[in-house]
Design a protein around this ligand. Structure first.
Ligand SMILES: Cc1cc2nc3c(=O)[nH]c(=O)nc-3n(C[C@H](O)[C@H](O)[C@H](O)COP(=O)(O)OP(=O)(O)OC[C@H]3O[C@@H](n4cnc5c(N)ncnc54)[C@H](O)[C@@H]3O)c2cc1C
Length: 481
């Protein structure tokens, strides 16, 4: 990647047909597709790495897509989001995404739930393949080059580049290993590894007739996605839908905090959220107690609805610890157990199904001594215990973490972007793709799929528009001669 000879703040001449801002899933695919069609393409990335969020996705394995019929995939999104992404998801469907990777040697498999993962490789291999596509098609990549502003210029846009990001903002210095778990640990690891390229190309100003905005959302801001594209889009005339957490852990009002619970996982439970005594969300899967509240698939699944209810009403969570049995069947089971094994303690059957460490507090909440013999369990106590097992209160929601979410909901209003082309309907020459848009799917490979598909269409349209304009210009020059 050659470094430009000057970094003056004078606008540099237009050397590129398409400039893509943001080297994540959407931007990489947009740049690749644009270059593949013959457009001279520049990809500008703020950090020293491409695809950081891909590297930390799916626990470092990367759930690249969701298999199955496209109509089923669309059903996983909210109806307006599904309508919007439909043309892109048909244009660059899951099978094409998978082929793109398998063609370059990635072995993939589909889990029974439809999630597609690499077999023995990891997210690093996924990103390596994407980089390979970029370089094979001749995309020029400027790393460590934060875009600071985009303004309308006479023939397109003026893009202001800032100082190299990682050295100027303490990002690089922050790369020491820290004690962390899950995605945070992965991100620390990614950031302590070798960089792709740390030569910045700013400060300065460049001109571009066509710009693809692919700066992502604002969760995990240490990855480089800090919502930078939204104020630019707004300034260029777009409307922003309220940005809020989705697929995120939930922090609870924990008073008193029970340290014994932190790290405890509950398998196959139903978590329910209530606002104003009305159930607003429920999700069946696993749940994890954290030191600030709760997380895990059930919590990510309900988090967006909880975040949306929070501004108008307090939200409380409860968990059904025995979803396989309704209340009556569970009562029956305690009655039968009491007859068959009258001397067994109440705690024993609970410990067979649940982590031992939560049984004492569960029994305390039900007002039942865990040492009570099942044969001695009175009807009232049994009913209280069953009620607690089916509706164990977890607490009141303090906040849904925007920063720790896998995606954010909200972003550039979908009505202002053409779903067939990803062209901005507000600014000619502007294209938008990926998480900057108001689209947020559930866990399962849906979000990367949406980013890849909208990126593909944005890159394709920007390239075609540019090539057509170049041809028209060449034609008019020849005609004049
Ligand atoms: C922990 C975690 C796990 C996930 N797991 C999965 C999964 O397994 N499957 C799945 O489908 N989805 C997963 N997701 C969601 C998925 O990663 C995102 O939806 C997807 O990466 C969005 O792609 P994007 O290109 O729009 O944005 P991003 O991937 O966020 O890319 C945006 C890029 O723009 C760059 N940028 C930002 N501002 C500027 C600027 N000013 N100048 C230049 N560049 C800039 C950023 O540095 C970044 O590289 C996960 C997300 C997280 C956080």
């Amino acid at each position: 990647m050659p470094k430009p000879s000057s970094s003056s703040s004078q606008p540099r001449s237009r050397n590129y047909d398409v400039v893509v801002i943001g080297g994540g899933a959407a931007g990489i695919i947009a740049a690749w597709r644009s270059a593949q069609l013959g457009a001279k393409t520049l990809l500008i990335e703020k950090t020293c790495r491409l695809g950081t969020k891909i590297l930390i996705s799916g626990g470092g394995k990367c759930n690249i897509a969701h298999a199955g019929p496209i109509e089923d995939i669309l059903k996983a999104f909210r109806p307006n989001e599904a309508r919007f992404i439909r043309p892109a998801v048909y244009r660059f469907p899951n099978v094409e995404i998978m082929r793109m990777f398998t063609d370059r040697g990635l072995r993939i498999y589909t889990r029974p739930d439809g999630r597609v993962f690499p077999v023995d490789q990891t997210a690093k291999d996924v990103v390596a393949i994407l980089k390979n596509y970029l370089f094979a098609t001749g995309v020029e990549v400027w790393m460590n080059t934060p875009v600071e502003e985009i303004a309308r210029a006479e023939n397109g846009f003026q893009i202001t580049l800032g100082e190299p990001f990682e050295s100027s903002k303490g990002y690089a210095q922050d790369r020491k290993p820290k004690v962390a778990f899950g995605a945070k640990a992965l991100l620390n690891e990614v950031r302590s590894n070798e960089v792709d390229d740390d030569r910045g190309h700013g400060p300065g100003v460049i001109q571009a007739e066509r710009v693809v905005l692919a700066t992502g959302g604002s969760s995990y801001p240490n990855s480089g996605t800090t919502g930078d594209g939204w104020p630019w889009a707004k300034q260029l005339g777009h409307t922003l839908e309220w940005i809020h957490a989705a697929l995120a852990p939930i922090y609870l009002e924990l008073d008193p905090f029970d340290p014994a619970r932190s790290g405890v996982a509950l398998r196959d439970v139903i978590v329910k959220a209530k606002a104003d005594k009305k159930e607003i969300a429920r999700w069946r899967n696993d749940m994890l107690f954290t030191h600030q509240g709760v997380s895990g698939p059930t919590i990510l699944g309900i988090s967006r609805l909880v975040a949306e209810a929070m501004p108008t009403s307090p939200v409380t969570l409860s968990v059904d610890l025995f979803p396989e049995l309704d209340q009556e069947k569970l009562i029956e089971r305690f009655v039968t157990d009491g007859k068959q094994s009258p001397k067994r303690q109440v705690a024993t059957p609970l410990e067979e199904r649940l982590p031992e460490s939560i049984v004492p507090s569960l029994c305390a909440d039900a007002g039942v001594d865990p040492a009570t013999a099942l044969g001695q369990l009175e009807k009232k106590a049994r009913n209280r215990l069953v009620e607690t097992l089916k509706n164990w209160p977890l607490g009141t929601v303090r906040t849904v973490s925007l920063e720790k979410g896998e995606v954010v909901a909200g972003g550039v209003k979908l009505d202002e972007v053409d779903p067939q082309t990803m062209r901005s309907l507000v600014q000619p020459g502007l294209y938008l793709c990926g998480e900057i848009l108001d689209v947020a799917g559930p866990v399962g490979g849906y979000n990367l799929q949406a980013a890849f598909a909208t990126g593909f269409v944005a890159g394709e349209t920007a390239a075609k528009d540019s090539l057509e304009a170049n041809e028209a210009l060449a034609g008019s020059i020849t005609g004049k001669r």
